[in-house]
Design a protein around this ligand. Structure first.
Ligand SMILES: Cc1ncc(C[n+]2csc(CCOP(=O)(O)OP(=O)(O)O)c2C)c(N)n1
Length: 696
């Protein structure tokens, strides 16, 4: 028998710390917060707590506005309900087996360990409208172990949303029930299947529910035990407890086995519990096949305030399948044809009331409907031609201004807010800023979670270089149909002295390769503001690349910018070469233009504004007007950046030759201008390249 316990003893009232006791006696000290959807004034401040108690108080006090719950008031569900839940668990097993047999692929043993967990969650604990899975008020469920998709589909079939017959089309080309869940399905918020990412997204949803929507919906996330070897899981664990996300429950399906061998902790549920506790979670260890224990644990989780809850469920992989249960070498294998009838008959025989249906309880109607009205800057940018401002700072100003316009705009950063300038937003709108600390994978997942169901328009920023460690999350964001906005500062060698570890030189390649991504590379304050405005309203992922050095404002405040529309910033009737630069290299190109003009050589200079989509029409027309001669210059490695984007755009045009100036080796520390020279992308180098073009 598994221990029923949390750190306060078996099912004890969980509030015991001096801090919480103090809060209990000062419940009239609510946090000063304003709902995103409601402008009612903040409650008046009551006496300040002692300073030693202030840490994380807003989170805790939110919960304590409700009267304390008597944890002893739990009543076990009646026998009929419990039997109904057991029956549903076996129905889910049966449908998972049938579906994976029909597709001759999939992970039935991973489904079977989670059958009771899914049954209790979907038909006892969670509140949702089964006919409207994406309803804003519904509880959320994230199947982080996405390979167990068939049981998720079976649960929605049991709930009446998916047709049972469709389960047999699992993984077929014309069926949306894919191998792993994606938001093509209305009951899926984020794509999973790359293990370790679900909990971070669930954190974003829970944070949004608690702090932005201020709604009672709750978030449940099912993880595999093998999956818990992923570091991203523990980034999320730390985040959830730091922010006291007591509307979040992680269920760990500890079935001992991974894909090719046992998971490292095997069935050591105590080790899982200790780890979760150490990360600041409320924990319960249960027999994951005992529906009664699960009902009880989830009931307590719902009422436990101040911390997220982890339910560590001891289960068996392939549970209920004789000869397969708890055996190695069954991961990702459908039940063999010659055994399927007997195994299905076994499961069927355990079902006592095959036709009994259990309806999920309905949610509270306390989340605002989706608002998708476009968000505009409150006024035109306020820069004057020639003013000097870095695009990273212009980002902070722009985001703050977008935040002034709409409460849907939220910002996240990974402890770089004073470098990316997201701190400007934070200062103006602290209640809509999420500090994610130095955990970029989790930051991206949280941002994706915040943006689900269009609850927020999320902008997450860090040094562009550090997005590379979240590339899998970014890749999955595309599959998730996410509209998240990612803003990377400190691109290229122009950051100078900090050296190559801080320089993003692969980010354009990385983001260009993402199918749903729009890549902005603004070159001055005005275009940065417009990039932020456009990104807020653009479907798919948006990446905005910003630079560290101060550069001159190039555009009038009223200048219009569009995605995929380049600006020709210098031109004459006698241009000899088209030079395309962005960010600092656009300014270098302009300096080269001025120098060459003195020598009587005119060049055309183009600011692409977006690298993806790239304005091929303007580039090809300019190339034609300049004898087919094009030079690209970029503060990025040669591979995958601006130069290759231009090459791709002119690839089918005869008579156009593209010369690429780019960083071609690992750089080093130095002064920005020295580095631009050393790596061949300064004005001087552009002038030399233009001259070479003629020499050839
Ligand atoms: C990041 C990542 N690495 C590897 C895989 C391949 N993979 C799919 S399922 C699996 C084992 C998962 O084990 P566990 O989390 O314990 O889930 P179970 O199937 O046992 O419930 C592996 C290694 C993956 N999908 N994602």
């Amino acid at each position: 028998m598994i221990a029923w316990s949390n750190e306060n003893g078996p099912w004890a009232e969980p509030v015991s710390s001096p801090r919480l006791k103090w809060l209990r006696t000062h419940v009239a000290w609510p946090p000063v917060t304003v709902s995103l959807w409601d402008d009612t004034p903040s409650p008046a401040k009551s006496p300040k707590p002692p300073s030693s108690l202030t840490h994380k108080l807003p989170v805790i006090t939110d919960s304590l506005q409700e009267p304390p719950v008597n944890m002893d008031s739990y009543h076990k569900p009646d026998e009929k309900t419990l039997q109904g839940l057991k029956d549903i668990a076996n129905k889910l097993r049966i449908n998972s087996i049938k579906a994976t047999c029909a597709s001759n692929s999939g992970h039935p043993s991973s489904c079977c360990s989670a059958a009771e967990l899914m049954s209790v969650l979907f038909f006892h604990t969670m509140r949702y409208k089964a006919k409207d899975p994406r309803n804003a008020c519904n509880d959320r469920f994230v199947m982080s172990k996405g390979h167990a998709a068939p049981i998720l589909y079976a649960a929605w079939a049991e709930a009446g949303y998916v047709k049972e017959a469709d389960l047999l089309n699992l993984r077929k080309l014309d069926c949306e029930l894919e191998g792993h869940p994606t938001p093509k399905l209305a009951f899926v918020d984020v794509a999973t299947g790359s293990l370790g990412q679900g909990l971070g997204a669930a954190c974003g949803m829970a944070y949004t529910g608690k702090h932005f929507d201020k709604s009672s919906y709750r978030v449940y996330c099912l993880l595999g035990d093998g999956e818990c070897s992923e570091g991203a899981v523990w980034e999320a664990m730390a985040f959830a407890s730091h922010y006291g996300l007591d509307n979040l429950v992680a269920i760990l399906d500890v079935n001992r086995l991974g894909q090719s061998e046992a998971a490292p902790l095997k069935h050591d549920t105590t080790a899982f519990q200790e780890r979760c506790k150490a990360f600041g979670w409320n924990t319960y260890v249960v027999d994951g096949h005992d529906v009664e224990e699960l009902c009880k644990a989830l009931w307590h989780a719902e009422r436990f305030k101040g911390k997220p809850t982890a339910i560590v469920a001891k289960t068996f992989k392939g549970k209920g399948l004789k000869g397969i249960e708890d055996q190695e070498n069954w991961h990702g294998k459908p039940v063999p044809k010659d055994r399927v009838d007997a195994l299905l008959a076994d499961l069927q025989a355990q079902i006592q009331a095959p036709n009994k249906q259990i309806q999920a309880e309905l949610p509270n109607e306390d989340a605002a409907p989706v608002d998708n009205t476009p968000i505009q800057l409150p006024t035109a940018p306020e820069y004057k031609l020639g003013d000097k401002i870095s695009t990273r700072k212009a980002y902070g100003v722009a985001l703050k201004r977008m935040g002034d316009s709409s409460k849907r705009v939220v910002a996240l950063d990974g402890d770089t807010k004073n470098s990316t300038f997201s701190e400007i937003f934070k200062k103006a709108h602290p209640e809509r800023y999420i500090e994610c600390f130095i955990a970029e994978q989790n930051m991206v997942s949280v941002a994706i979670g915040c943006a689900t169901r269009d609850r927020t328009v999320a902008f997450a920023s860090t040094f562009a270089a550090f997005f590379s460690r979240a590339y899998d999350q970014i890749r999955m964001a595309a599959i998730s149909q996410s509209n998240v906005n990612l803003v990377g500062s400190h691109c290229g060698v122009s950051i100078g002295e900090d050296g190559p570890s801080q320089m993003a030189l692969e980010d354009l390649a990385m983001f260009r390769a993402i199918p749903t991504c729009t890549v902005f590379y603004p070159s001055d304050g005005v275009s940065t503001e417009r990039a932020v405005e456009l990104a807020a309203n653009t479907k798919g992922i948006c990446f905005i690349r910003t630079s560290r050095p101060d550069t001159a404002v190039l555009y009038e405040a009223g200048e219009k910018f569009e995605i995929g529309k380049a600006r020709v910033v210098r031109q004459s009737d006698s241009d000899k070469v088209t030079v395309i630069g962005a960010g600092v290299t656009l300014h270098e190109a302009l300096a080269a233009h001025d120098q060459l003009a003195k020598e009587g050589v005119n060049i055309r200079v183009i600011d692409p504004f977006t690298i993806k989509p790239l304005d091929a029409e303007t580039i090809v027309a300019s190339a034609r007007a300049t004898g087919g001669r094009v030079i690209t210059v970029e503060d990025h490695y040669k591979e995958g950046g601006l130069g290759e984007a231009v090459l791709a755009a002119v690839g089918e045009e005869p008579g156009i030759i593209v010369q690429r100036l780019a960083v071609d080796r690992v750089p080093q520390s130095g002064k920005p201008q020295e580095l631009l020279d050393l790596f061949g992308i300064s004005a001087k180098c552009i002038v030399a390249a233009v001259r070479r073009t003629f020499a050839n």
